[in-house]
Every structure is written in C-alpha cells, then in structure tokens.
Design a protein around this ligand. Sequence first.
Ligand SMILES: *[C@@H]1O[C@H](CO)[C@@H](O)[C@H](O)[C@H]1NC(C)=O
Ligand SMILES: *[C@@H]1O[C@H](CO)[C@@H](O)[C@H](O)[C@H]1NC(C)=O
Ligand SMILES: *[C@@H]1O[C@H](CO)[C@@H](O)[C@H](O)[C@H]1NC(C)=O
Ligand SMILES: *[C@@H]1O[C@H](CO)[C@@H](O)[C@H](O)[C@H]1NC(C)=O
Ligand SMILES: *[C@@H]1O[C@H](CO)[C@@H](O)[C@H](O)[C@H]1NC(C)=O
Length: 631
Amino acid sequence: MLLATFVLIAYTTVVGALWPEPTEMATGGQTFWVTPGGLTAVLRCDQGETVLAGQDHRWSANDLGILMTDASNWTQMLWDRVPSFFGYWSGARVEPVLTETLILRNAVHDTFKSIDKSNFIPWKSHPRNSQFEPPVHGRHQYVSKLEIQLKSCPDDEKLHPRKFFDGDEAYELFIHNSTAILRVESTLGALRGLQTFQQLFYRHSGASGHYTDLAPVTLSDRPKWKHRGISIDIARNPFKPRDLIRTIDAMASAKMSRLHVHATDSQSWPIEIPALPTLARKGAYHPDLVWTTKALEKIQSYGVSKGISVFLEIDMPGHTASVAHAYPQLIAAFNELDWSTFAAEPLSGQLKLNSPEVTTFVADVLNDLLPRTQPYTSLYHIGGDEVNLPAYLLDETVQSDDPAILQPLLQKFIDRIVRIVSSFGLQPIVWEEMLLDWNLTLPSDATGQHSASTLVQVWRNSKRIEEVLRRGHRVIFGDYTHWYLDCGYGNFIDPYASGVSPPGIPFNTSGGVPSKTTVPYLDYCGPYHNWRHIYRYNPLENVSSSLHHLIEGGEVLMWSEQTDSFDLDTKIWPRAGAAAEVLWSGPRDDSMLEDATRRLGEWRERAVTEFDIMMSPVQMTWCLMEGGCTR
Ligand SMILES: *[C@@H]1O[C@H](CO)[C@@H](O)[C@H](O)[C@H]1NC(C)=O
Ligand SMILES: *[C@@H]1O[C@H](CO)[C@@H](O)[C@H](O)[C@H]1NC(C)=O
Ligand SMILES: *[C@@H]1O[C@H](CO)[C@@H](O)[C@H](O)[C@H]1NC(C)=O
Ligand SMILES: *[C@@H]1O[C@H](CO)[C@@H](O)[C@H](O)[C@H]1NC(C)=O
Ligand SMILES: *[C@@H]1O[C@H](CO)[C@@H](O)[C@H](O)[C@H]1NC(C)=O
C-alpha cells in the first residue's frame, strides 16, 4: 500500500517507551503525524456514532448542559486544569449532571489538548548529536480521527461510582491508518487507552506537529490488579489541595486507579466538616490550612475525570488526638507524657471507646462527610491501625487495658461505623490490625455481597497477606519494608537533652530510660526504598497461588512526618510510577530492570515536561542516551 513508500530509515527507530508496559504490543517503524487541532474523535456504540471532539477540540458549554460563564475567573492558575464539569464556581446556577458520557468527552478533549500542547522531545533517549526525529519534508501520513468503539453506549444517568470504577479497564488500540481505533468495554477502559494514545506521540523540534514513529501500532492491554494506589497522609504536615490535583495527573498517566487520602491524624485535622465547624478550625495546624468541602469535591471530581477513585480515611479510634482541640471530652490520654507509653509517635490521644458522646460525634462526622464523597467513589477507609492499650487506662469509660474487655467494645465501635459506611453504599477498608490482632468480625465475601465486603490493608509484613486472605477478606498490599515512601530519611525525633526520659505522667513506666534516638539517627524502616526496590517487590511471593485471585491490588504509602507540599513530588515520583507498573503489568523480575530504566526514564521526562511535576531523575542522562548502564 501507499504507506510503505513513506517508511523512512534515515533516523533511529526506538522500540516503544510506554509506561506501564502493555500486555501485548506490535509496532512498526513508520511515522504518523498529528497536526495541531487536527484530530477528531467519534464514539461508536449501539450501532450509532456520536462526535466527541471536533477539529478544534472545542465543545460548547451548551453541549454539556453546563453553565461555564464563571469558569474563566477561577482564580488559581492550577485550578484551570480542573475540567469544566465542576458546577460550583460561585456564580454557577445550573447543577451539572456528571455522567460517563461527559467524562469520556472530557477525557478525549484533554488527551487531544495534551498532545497538541506537549513540548516533550525525547532527546534523552538518543545518543547526542544523533538525528532521531523523522524528516519534516516529504509526504506525511496523518492520523486525523480517533474512533472509540464501545459495545454499549455509556449511560447518561448521573454517575454511579461503583459501576464506573468496576468498568473493564482492558482496551485495544490500532493505529494503522488515518483512523485510529480504540476498542473498549467501558468508559474506564477508554480513559486508560487514551493515556496510551497520548504517550505514543512526541513533539517535533522542527515542525508544528507531533508524531509517533512506531506505526502501525497494534496493542492489547489490561491490568493485573484493580486497586493501583497511592496513599498520602495530609495530616502530619501541611498540604494544599493542588498537591493532590498534580499527583492525580501523574497517577493517571501511569494508569493508577486509587488515591487514598489519609485525611486526619493526631497532629492535625485539616478536613472541614460543616456539621462540626470548630473541628477543622481548631484542629488544623492553621486556619488557612483547612481543606474546604469545595476543595475536596474538586479533588474527587478531578479524580473521576481521570479514572481515579479518590477516597478518604478518617483514622479511628487511634490517631485522633487532634479532635481534642475542639472536643477535649472525647479524647483519652491527650498529649500525655511520656508519649511513647500511649502512642506510636507524638502526640498521644485516642477516641474514648465506650462513650455515647463519641458515638454521636463519629456519626455526625460520617453523616456529614460520606454523602459528599459518595458521588465520586465507592470506597471509604475506616482506619483502625495502632490502637493503643494503655490509653484506655486513662479513658474513664473503660479504665482498662485488658484486650478481653476492650475487644467487644471495639467490635461495637467499628460495627457502628461499618453500618453508616454501608448505608451510603460505600465499601469499607480497614488496616490489618482490626482483623489480625483484634479478631473483629467484618463484612466479608462470605456474606454474599462482594461490593459490601471489607477490604483489608496490610502494612506490617507481606506474610500477613496470606493470613488476611485465609480469613476470607480481599487484600490491599504495600508493607513498610517494600512500599513505604517515607523510609530511609532518618529519624524525625531528637534524643533527650539529659540523655534519659523524664518521669512519665501519670504512669512512670518510661521515666529514666536512656534515649532510644541515637547516632546515626536512622528511622525504623530504612534503608530508602529506591525505585528498583519498589519495582522488584513481588506481593505474590509468599502467598499460595489458590489465593491470588483474592488480592485487590496495592498502594505505595507516603507518610508525611518529613514531607509537605514542597517535596511531595520528588518523594513520590518516580517511585510510585515503578509501583504502578507492578500493579498494572504484574510482578517484575531482574531481567526487566534495564528496559524499565529506559521506559521509566522516558516517562519521567515526559511527566516533568507535560505536568509540571518535580520528579526525581530515574537514571544519569549519559546512561539514558547511550542505551543503559549495566554491570
Ligand atoms: C474574579 O473574581 C474576583 C472575586 O469575585 C474578582 O475580584 C475579580 O475581579 C474577578 N476577575 C475577573 C477577571 O473577572
Ligand atoms: C484502518 O485501520 C483499521 C484498524 O486496523 C481498519 O479496521 C480499517 O479498515 C482501516 N481503514 C482503511 C481505510 O484501511
Ligand atoms: C486474636 O486471636 C489471636 C489468635 O487466635 C490471639 O492470639 C489474640 O489474643 C486474639 N486477640 C484478641 C484481642 O482477642
Ligand atoms: C517471603 O518469605 C521469605 C522467607 O521468610 C522472605 O525472606 C521474603 O522477604 C518474603 N518475600 C516477601 C515479598 O515478603
Ligand atoms: C520514674 O522516674 C524516675 C525519675 O526520672 C526514674 O529514676 C525512675 O527510674 C522511673 N521509674 C520507672 C519505673 O521507670
């Protein structure tokens, strides 16, 4: 055919640099171009065809049924990137209906806009002074249309988060001629395929268009696990909502699917709960650091637009001392000395276990928060880690640290939360201690309703994955020896100036003890887990193969004692990207590292160019340019 005459061999052809690695892919060495504004998209479903994006990539406000007049004055520059289906800028009068069609339209628009705007020239993937770009002159083959094929059209009902996020993420992509084809089973699958489509194109330094030099492309891809997440602790140090928006962009590019927001902790309560207005006003580090309901909604809906379920964790009953700034009567052992008797880190304090006032408080928080998160996610994290026993000696409602007395009370405490969570149709997640240490009964698959079963997040030791699975629960993996992103930065606690601990009040169980913080001040989970370490983690290693199908997926975790807005990006990335490929493409082995360096290295360059994200480098530039450094 005609195409053959345009094959040019005068420049270096590289094999695909997609991240994460697709399941199956066949490429050629031809160049296909996209001109600025030159792509249209159609959706073919139920034997019909709808235009999703026209030649200029614009769709009018009326098409979407959304009043966009005030959108132009959404003050913060970063917010401009938030898609226009948010209806809550101050002047908006029309309640937007968030539908799958709208999400798809927005995603196509975003993809085309991102390709057009991209300044990414992959010079770091080629030897210096080499001619790696295709010639500008001569006849070009263009891609001018993207046809998205879906068996049945996305419904125009209000978004149903569970249905949307349960959508089949598999996709097939064909770029054989001027009409590229993306074949999917769901809207979510289309979002994943669009990310791949975008990654195939590079900016040309000498022409106004973008090109792929891998045509014809035939690609078939599907994820290993459904839960591909990052957990971010926004309570230990100050963060801004835009930190998560930026994170979502990079996550989407790496086809991640879940953003777990560890929203509150003993050190601060930044989340606004309008029913309890003093909670965040007094509990946040500073009044300017309150995350408003609007900011939260914006983050969650931005997540939805990128196929990422953003869910919250209000950790309970431990990790709750910050509640005491507004409601001191609800917290036992608030800021006791020595803290180490009453908590895992400063400061101590947890919700009383047998208090009607606490019961009311918890219900008030959840009944306010959950209806607001539920339009955008089907998940809610209850918490439940590191419940401290001695703290309950100081809780006048129990006055005991005997697990036999505490266990039934904790069961009731968690039962009440589970009931509220389930009443909003959300699936609960708990930390492993609730199941493995406290032996709590939690809704499980055995109850017959998969969507209501409790997901259990394992953090202490990857051997516990098997224990949780044997007890009939699905697992989220990511233990501290493999996937914690805060490890290796050293201890954040100082030694006692006197060399020994002061007398403990009221229990002198720890007074007079020499400092445990000693030179060289290492943290509990060092060394630093570099991206290769994260990449080589195989969660299946010690798990019986008969149980593998019960693993929901995993998360890398960013605990924030020593991290805030300013270094978040470099701490998360590119390491979370390494995890993203494990989660999408399945466990990796050593033979894959060299290729991974090349592809992750290129993905990193694309990310820093396209999303303003401060990712650490993957490899020394010379190695990337020369095809690798091995030993
Ligand atoms: C945007 O809104 C703010 C606050 O309502 C107002 O002060 C400002 O003048 C507006 N800017 C534009 C360009 O309309
Ligand atoms: C273009 O490629 C698609 C996908 O391979 C194929 O179905 C279609 O027939 C091709 N169109 C032409 C005109 O060759
Ligand atoms: C939970 O069960 C384990 C193993 O049977 C046991 O060792 C532990 O003491 C139990 N914990 C509580 C709080 O009952
Ligand atoms: C599996 O168990 C072995 C033996 O205890 C241990 O060395 C290894 O680290 C474990 N693997 C994972 C991924 O936890
Ligand atoms: C209690 O505090 C004193 C004074 O610091 C110390 O000498 C003593 O060893 C402490 N007792 C216990 C049991 O830790």
